[in-house]
Design a protein around this ligand. Structure first.
Ligand code: ATP
Length: 304
């Protein structure tokens, strides 16, 4: 079952094309990292997923074909929006009560137990809790709905490293114990590397790459060799991204693009998730290669 499936999905706000030509088929039981620079379209994609905004083009379904935003879809999705917004004047007890009344399914035992473990005061107004406690409270309320899909929009942006770690531990426990699928957007690549097993990179409203982390890592290589003449190889292989440092060129390539043998004086090695993500995040430019080695400053050929 695909937890998110889109076909030619697009969203414009007036003249602003926030998302375009988005085609995804994300299988369930993954922790999906949604990565992209500011304004790339991540929140727009997440809002479309949970039905908070409607597509301008194409379509999106969730949880095996349910229309995003439909009652059937909302029943299986929990969403924690950017900065974990809560009613500031309500206490955790009030919020549990409200959330229980608004949802068909709500596991109050889980909510109370989790907040107790985290030592979050139940009677204090949510607005007076620390940023980390607020994020944990929002996450607990979301998980107590026992969702199949948990959607988190930059959930850890305001949290210190310890609070981020505790937050992610709660998420990963839900994944391990309840089989929850998770989609989370974040700018902290190192953190995502630890938890994500599926990657979606979005830039300028378009999907740059999407797939299982294991497969992506197995199908990309970093080739290092003499800058002089590297443009020829780059054309042959179709680079995702290239840089030149002194006399050395570094080409990140997809192995589908037929790197049949590593030429003399070139070395190949696997890539890290961070290297791969960064390569796809670089500004999209068709490789504009001058004849000289120094022409290789930064270039990217569109291969996707
Ligand atoms: P960030 O990392 O900064 O949160 P993002 O990747 O989540 O960014 P979006 O919030 O999806 O990006 O925004 C994508 C584009 O759509 C941006 O140009 C943004 O200004 C625009 N946009 C988003 N929401 C609206 C809106 N309600 N009205 C007008 N433009 C919007």
């Amino acid at each position: 079952m695909n937890v998110i499936e889109t076909r030619d999905l697009g969203k414009s706000y007036g003249q602003t094309r926030a998302l375009h030509d988005c085609n995804l088929a994300i299988p369930g039981r993954h922790v999906v990292a949604l990565v992209g620079p500011n304004g790339a379209g991540k929140t727009t994609l997440l809002n479309l997923t949970v039905g908070l905004v409607l597509p301008t083009d194409g379509e999106i379904t969730v949880l095996g074909g349910r229309r995003a935003g439909s009652l059937a879809a909302l029943d299986g999705i929990a969403f924690v929006a950017q900065n974990a917004p809560l009613y500031r004047n309500l206490s955790a007890t009030d919020l549990i009560h409200e959330t229980r009344n608004l949802n068909r399914r709500f596991d109050q035992r889980y909510a109370n137990q989790r907040l107790d473990e985290l030592a979050i005061p139940l009677k204090r107004k949510a607005g007076t809790l620390s940023g980390g406690q607020q994020a944990q409270l929002a996450l607990t309320l979301a998980l107590a709905r026992r969702p199949q899909l948990l959607v988190l929009d930059e959930p850890m942006a305001a949290l210190d490293p310890i609070a981020r770690d505790t937050f992610m531990t709660t998420v990963m426990r839900a994944v391990a114990e309840d089989g929850v699928s998770v989609v989370l957007s974040s700018h902290v690549l190192a953190e995502l590397e630890r938890v994500a097993d599926y990657l979606v990179v979005v830039s300028h409203g378009g999907i740059q790459v999407a797939g299982r982390v294991e497969e992506l890592l197995a199908t990309h290589l970093l080739l290092t060799g003499p800058a002089s003449g590297s443009e020829q190889h780059a054309r042959e292989w179709g680079v995702v991204h290239a840089t030149c440092a002194g006399s050395q060129a570094h080409l990140l390539v997809r192995t589908e693009n037929r790197v049949e043998r590593v030429p003399p004086r070139w070395e190949a090695r696997g890539v890290t998730l961070e290297e791969l993500t960064m390569a796809y995040l670089r500004e999209q430019r068709v490789a504009a290669v001058s004849g000289s080695a120094s022409g290789w400053v930064e270039a990217r050929e569109v291969t996707t």
